[in-house]
Every structure is written in structure tokens, then in C-alpha cells.
Design a protein around this ligand. Structure first.
Ligand code: GTP
Length: 358
């Protein structure tokens, strides 16, 4: 039998701007390959053969990079929403492309997650319980930014609670679901629908069996700049498992075609993309340097992302900064604390500091 999955990749990735101005979040380079490739490689290992991508924002980038799916060993088909239909609307919109029978399980994957969870165990639970939907759940230290999903002793979901300042528990929806195929066909067509706010609560109200598969292995939603940088770092260090890592885990991943000066320091789980250059005495720590970017002599780049073809000038210091594609930051600047530099912006030499120059 063919095991099918739907990959939700239509979001605009606003929290990650300006990295997502040219590239949709799921296609940003993370530890040397597009973010979704880590997840798709795991999905293939878990038995998925055929994938339907629900695209909307910049669909051409997916087609260009993933093509017929051969790079990830999957048969791939693309569907594009002219107007984003929300997470469940997107599922309904691609449902007629599935070949699965009504009772067959279909995987639903979010395009912005790195997860080491046991997909085979999630599938077993789904089959054993005969669930309509089985969600992967994970426990997080701070559940406030998430919806909380409590379960009973057998793993049956008892509620879907919206995010609040005082969440009841710390078990959250980890964004990887198994749906019985016919449940997808019953989502209302032709209008925006949210799977989290509408479909899941409706299933519970209707008494449908919805189960949670709790797994405490590595999990991260790479939706924010800090999480994006952390996710790449964890993959490079080997803290996050991925069969798609183009190299062995270690303090740094320098892609073929990148050049790092002998006395530069690249560590802390940094990744230096193909064609990028790190000049002498520079320090790159826990950061993502996109392909063709350049880090100048003596520059210090910590916990930051430097976009494709961007330039960080000599002696410039970046800490928790996002630099858009093609931006040019002159020498002797100091950019910190979540600053975002837009693509192709030009910042002169010694133009911006946080601290005094004394
Ligand atoms: P933000 O704008 O920063 O919140 O990011 P996002 O647009 O990606 O939204 P979010 O992280 O909530 O989305 C979770 C997953 O669903 C991502 O993989 C998105 O690409 C995807 N997604 C969100 N909305 C839509 C939609 O309307 N259509 C489709 N096809 N996918 C969507």
C-alpha cells in the first residue's frame, strides 16, 4: 500500500522576516539543507511514499528545489492555494489528490518543525485505537505561546485549550498528525478553516476519538529567529536527530564550497553554507551563515542568521541578529538583541552601535 502525507507549507512566515522575504520558511537552509528536507527524510524512513505539498506563499521555490521529490525519495505533488485557506482549509483543498482509502491513515506534517519523535509508535497508537485523528504531543517548559492539549490516562484527548497566560498543563500540539482519510474529506471546502481552532474542537464535540501520542524526544518549532538559529545549531551538534544532515555531527558544519580562514573560529553548532567565506580572525558561534555570505576579518557573529550573499564587515559584531539576503553591513558596527536587517540594505562603516565606542 502507498502511505501518503500532506505537508503544510503555505504560511508567509512573518515572524521570521526578513529571512522569508525571498524564501518560504520551510525552504530556508537549516544545517545545510532546506528545513523540510530533515522532516521529509524522516517521513520516508517511517514509510511515507507519496507527498502532497499544500503551498500558497512563494510556491515556485518548492517546485524548483524539490522537483519530482527524488531528492527526498518521495513521489511529490504540488497544490497551490491562490488565497491561503488556513491549516485545515489547505488539507481539504488537497484531499482529492489523495489515493488513500477512506479508513487509511494519512500523515499531516507542518513545514517548520524539527522532531525526533517515533512516527512508527504514533501510527501504532492510531491503528490500535481506531482514532479519527492522532496528534503528536510534546511537553514544553513554557506552554504559554501554545495551545494546550490535555489527555486522559489512555491518551484520549479531552480538550483543545487556546493559548493563555496560565495554561492548564504543558502538553502541546507538536504539529504532526495522523488523520483517517475520510475526516479530511469532511472539512468544509472553499473557505479558510483552522485545524487547531475549528477542526479539532469540532471532532471532540462530535464525540470522535482523538488521541495524543506523547513523546519526549527532540522537538522544536523553528518559527522565530531565535528558534530558527537554535534548530540549526541543534542539528549541527547532533542534539536533534536527522538522517539528512550533510556531514557528521560536531561543533561546526562547513558545506563544500565554503571557505573558512585558518585562524577563524567557527563553532557552537554553526553552519557555513556553500560558497560562503569566513575571513581571518572572525568568530562564528551558534549561527547560520547562508550560502554565498561573507563574514569579514575579525567580525564576531553569535546566535545570528546571515542571509544569502549578505556581507558582514570587518570587526562588526552581531549577536541575536537576522540579516536579510544581500544586505551589506559595513565595518565596525555593533548590532544586537533581535535586530532585523532587510534584504539589500546597506549600512555604512561604524554606523550603528549599541554600546558606546569608548
Ligand atoms: P507566521 O506567519 O510567522 O506565524 O508563520 P506561518 O505563516 O508559517 O504560520 P504557522 O507557523 O502558524 O504555520 C504552521 C504551518 O502551517 C507552516 O508549515 C505553514 O507553512 C502552514 N500554513 C499556515 N497557514 C497556512 C495556509 O493558509 N495554507 C497552507 N497551505 N499552509 C499554511
Amino acid at each position: 500500500v502507498t502511505i501518503e502525507a500532506i505537508l503544510l507549507v503555505g504560511g508567509a512566515g512573518t515572524r521570521l522576516r526578513p529571512l522569508t522575504v525571498h524564501t518560504p520558511k520551510p525552504m530556508l537552509p537549516v544545517a545545510g539543507v532546506p528545513l523540510v528536507v530533515h522532516q521529509l527524510t524522516r517521513a520516508r524512513e517511517a514509510g511515507v511514499d507519496r507527498l502532497v505539498l499544500a503551498t500558497s506563499y512563494r510556491p515556485e521555490v518548492f517546485r524548483r528545489e524539490l522537483g519530482d521529490g527524488g531528492v527526498v525519495g518521495l513521489e511529490v505533488e504540488y497544490v497551490t492555494e491562490e488565497v491561503p485557506l488556513g491549516t485545515a482549509g489547505a488539507l481539504r483543498n488537497v484531499a482529492d489528490r489523495l489515493t488513500s482509502a477512506p479508513d487509511d491513515p494519512v500523515w499531516i506534517l507542518n513545514g517548520d518543525i524539527i522532531s525526533g519523535h517515533d512516527m512508527a509508535a504514533q501510527l501504532l497508537l492510531h491503528q490500535r485505537t481506531g482514532a479519527a485523528v492522532t496528534l503528536h504531543l510534546t511537553e514544553v517548559a513554557d506552554p504559554r505561546p501554545f495551545g494546550v492539549v490535555p489527555t486522559d490516562r489512555d491518551g484520549r484527548v479531552s480538550a483543545f485549550l487556546e493559548k493563555t497566560a496560565e495554561p492548564a498543563g504543558n502538553q502541546i500540539n507538536a504539529g504532526c498528525y495522523l488523520f483517517r482519510r475520510e475526516v479530511l474529506d469532511r472539512i468544509p471546502p472553499g473557505r479558510p478553516v483552522s485545524v487547531e481552532r475549528e477542526t479539532f474542537p469540532h471532532l471532540l464535540d462530535a464525540g470522535a476519538p482523538v488521541y495524543g501520542y506523547l513523546d519526549d524526544s527532540y522537538w522544536l518549532d523553528l518559527g522565530t529567529p531565535a528558534a530558527f538559529v537554535a534548530g540549526s545549531r541543534d542539528l549541527v551538534l547532533g542534539l536533534a536527530p536527522s538522517p539528512a544532515l550533510p556531514g557528521t555531527p560536531g561543533p561546526a558544519l562547513v558545506l563544500p564550497g565554503a571557505s573558512v580562514a585558518a585562524d577563524a573560529t567557527v563553532d557552537g553548532g554553526s553552519c557555513v553554507g556553500a560558497g560562503a567565506r569566513v575571513d581571518p580572525a572572525a568568530v562564528v558561534d551558534g549561527s547560520v551563515v547562508f550560502p554565498d555570505a561573507r563574514i569579514g576579518r575579525g567580525a564576531v557573529v553569535r546566535h545570528s542568521a546571515v542571509g544569502r550573499g549578505a556581507v558582514v564587515g570587518d570587526g562588526t559584531r552581531l549577536d541575536e541578529v537576522v540579516v536579510g539576503d544581500g544586505a551589506r553591513i559595513g565595518a565596525g558596527n555593533e548590532l544586537l538583541a533581535g535586530l532585523r536587517v532587510w534584504p539589500d540594505a546597506v549600512i555604512g562603516d561604524r554606523a550603528i552601535r549599541f554600546s558606546t565606542d569608548a
